[in-house]
Design a protein around this ligand. Structure first.
Ligand code: CTP
Ligand code: CA
Length: 237
């Protein structure tokens, strides 16, 4: 595998990465969120920078330090993340969507804190939170690109496999649905014994049956493996 510093094969390339997890506010003090740490997206951004890329990281609620030299754009919600990613995609050679984007957001935002007793007529009642769909940012990038070959668009998917199919079956179906160039499928729940910083992924390519398996390894080593696939695929013009 590639060791950090060995190759500068992304020299002069502009790379846009989203990471972290979006938070969808309910009121000034509460949100719907997810457990994504943002480590994998940060590792991917760092690996790209080491290989010479000019990197912008759109970071949704990232609580980790980002090395100097990487431009950070902090965001909270899926709609903010979409605005920052779609507004910048055209200026980049590669866009990688690692962020865990909330599929839904509360239909209403309450300007003042929701009180425990929200209905005086029924003091013990609990409110019902109605949700609406967030846009699919990745699919939107593919639609916006149209027939153009740039930017290269890479998606991520964490899958466990279920009654409808194996991890790879689900990954293939997701790749077809999204229409991105590469889909990095992270098999969740199999590497627990290796610890939180070890991971393994399968990289699927649109229009090919080949699968590249990477790991179990550190998120840094896995990230370099993913960039090896992107560079080796000749997708970057
Ligand atoms: N994604 C996105 N916009 C969304 C949801 C997801 O851009 N509203 C991106 C993620 O950043 C990731 C990829 O799509 O790169 C796959 O996310 P995932 O949640 O696995 O896909 P979904 O289509 O939301 O499917 P699922 O029902 O499995 O959640
Ligand atoms: Ca989802």
């Amino acid at each position: 595998g590639t060791q950090p510093g060995d190759v500068r094969d992304l020299e002069g390339r502009r790379v846009l990465v989203s990471t972290g997890g979006t938070r969808e506010p309910l009121d000034p003090v509460r949100y719907l969120g997810n457990r994504s740490s943002g480590k994998q997206g940060l590792a991917l951004a760092e690996a790209a920078a080491v290989r010479g890329a000019q990197v912008t990281l759109v970071a949704a609620n990232l609580a980790l330090p980002v090395p100097e030299g990487i431009t950070v754009v902090p965001v909270q919600t899926a709609l903010e993340l979409q605005a920052e990613i779609s507004g910048r995609a055209g200026e980049h050679d590669v866009v990688v969507m690692v962020a865990a984007v909330a599929d839904f957001r509360p239909a209403e935002y309450t300007e003042s804190k929701i009180k425990k007793t929200h209905d005086p007529a029924d003091p013990d009642a609990a409110p019902t939170i109605r949700l609406v769909r967030n846009p699919d940012i990745l699919a939107g990038l593919v639609a916006d690109r149209g027939a153009a070959s740039a930017p290269v668009i890479v998606g991520f998917a964490a899958e466990t496999g279920d009654a409808t199919g194996s991890v790879l079956d689900l990954g293939r179906a997701k790749l077809a649905r999204k229409g991105c160039d590469l889909l990095v499928v992270n098999e969740v729940g199999t590497d627990k014994t290796f610890g939180a910083d070890e991971t393994s992924v399968h990289v699927l390519s649109r229009g090919s049956d080949d699968v590249v398996d990477i790991g179990p390894a550190s998120k840094s080593v896995v990230s370099h493996g993913i960039w090896d696939v992107v560079v080796g695929s000749a997708l970057i013009r």
